[in-house]
Design a protein around this ligand. Structure first.
Ligand SMILES: C=C(O[C@@H]1C=C(C(=O)O)C=C[C@H]1O)C(=O)O
Length: 98
């Protein structure tokens, strides 16, 4: 991590990290949509056991990195909820097409 000497420099660093985060989230989104190709209908979109496995894994990672586990938990719960809704929408559109 860089030792910044001004708020502008801190914000430049945050912007640089946000660029990487959004790129990674876009890549995650592509894999979530790929997961959908292995599902038959909207009822299979949400997999609570897998969601819990991810939440536990990232909670452990947040502790390892010295980060507030509550922030990671909230971010991941929201992200997974949004990806599940995306799958539900797309899978219900496809229903009855094959
Ligand atoms: C990606 C999947 O679909 C859903 C979305 C998940 C996610 O965003 O990581 C995890 C599990 C499912 O609730 C999956 O089944 O693996």
């Amino acid at each position: 991590m860089l030792e910044c000497v001004s708020i502008e420099e801190v914000r430049d660093c945050i912007d640089r990290i946000d660029d990487q985060l959004v790129r990674l989230l876009a890549e995650r989104s592509d894999y979530v949509q790929m997961a959908m190709t292995f599902k038959h209908d909207a009822s299979e979109a949400n997999v609570p056991s897998r969601n819990e496995e991810i939440l536990e894994r990232v909670r452990n990672l947040s502790v390892e990195y010295g980060m507030d586990a509550g922030i990671i938990d909230a971010v991941y719960r929201t992200m997974i909820e949004k990806f599940v809704s995306l799958q539900q929408q797309l899978l219900s559109k496809n229903e009855g097409q094959d």
